[in-house]
Design a protein around this ligand. Structure first.
Ligand SMILES: C[S@@+](CC[C@H](N)C(=O)[O-])C[C@H]1O[C@@H](n2cnc3c(N)ncnc32)[C@H](O)[C@@H]1O
Length: 260
């Protein structure tokens, strides 16, 4: 299946922040509860951290937090204390503030917009990207990876979608129902979330559309290999895999770049 870079509502600068935030809060609700995904991500990030030292992690495209805070807590329990900075081009300050308030020693959020294509030099550390790499066209995706290699900051990228027709059909049949069922349980509770789910089903449509396009945009492992092959990376290693998410029938495509 060819890669189709259609538009996602989340990427549009004029798209209302209130709707974008309800959409990323849904991803945060699911991502932080998917134990297998969290385990898999933690096992890929762990080797990038210096044993014993308090490693710095900079998450790009954090949305409302997503899986990383849960991954960071799992790594801390496993003996890897982390300091995490959450960033986004359109940061959901209210949600990120809540993540940080739970554990201010571990989490901070960067209040200025951070474009993953131009990470400020004042944010060194292991870079992570959850469910975000497909937002970028090939030249931008390559530039993000090249910048990590050139600045010697390891990077770990995780996707939860892929260009698989069966998966896309299953996704389309189930996700609008999941959005309706989870709406009352996502925190903070908002009447507007219920209204735009049950009375005017705008959120199920928006989340279905962006999810569908995310599947169509996701890079295959071969395409990621081709992207990194064009990056001059002396002393740098790329590890790209498609791996079963433990406890689920789904797969995660992930990429890790680190000093050889
Ligand atoms: C699908 S959401 C993923 C959010 C979160 N990582 C998660 O796992 O729930 C993609 C995020 O990428 C952000 N984004 C889009 N373009 C971006 C860019 N150029 N730089 C940084 N973030 C971007 C969006 O604002 C959105 O929060």
């Amino acid at each position: 299946m060819a890669r189709i870079h259609a538009f996602e509502f989340e990427d549009l600068a004029w798209f209302p922040a209130s709707l974008r935030n309800r959409m990323t809060e849904y991803l945060d609700f699911l991502g932080s509860r998917m134990r297998g995904f969290v385990e898999l991500a933690a096992s890929r990030i762990e080797p990038l951290l210096d044993a014993g030292d308090e490693a710095r992690v900079v998450d790009l495209g954090s949305g409302s937090g997503g899986a990383l805070p849960t991954v960071a807590r799992a790594l801390a329990v496993a003996g890897h204390p982390l300091r995490v900075t959450l960033t986004d081009r359109y940061p959901n300050g209210e949600a990120l503030e809540r993540v940080c308030a739970e554990d201010p020693g571990r989490f901070a959020w960067y209040p200025e917009p951070v474009d993953a294509r131009a990470v400020p030099a004042e944010l060194p550390g292991v870079r992570t990207m959850f469910l975000s790499m497909h937002h970028f066209r090939p030249d931008d995706a390559r530039a993000i990876l090249a910048d990590a290699a050139h600045s010697r900051n390891p990077i770990a990228v995780f996707e939860g979608t892929e260009r698989n027709p069966l998966l896309i059909v299953a996704f389309s049949l189930t996700v609008p129902i999941v959005v309706l069922l989870t709406a009352p349980f996502i925190r903070p509770f908002r009447w507007s979330r219920l209204f735009f789910s049950w009375v005017v089903p705008l959120l199920p449509f928006l989340i279905w559309w962006d999810g569908l396009v995310s599947h169509l945009r996701t890079y295959s492992t071969d395409e990621l290999e081709a992207l990194v092959a064009e990056i001059p990376s002396d002393g740098w290693r790329w590890d790209i895999r498609r791996e079963r998410i433990p406890g689920t029938p789904a797969y995660c495509i992930h990429l890790v770049g680190h000093p050889a």
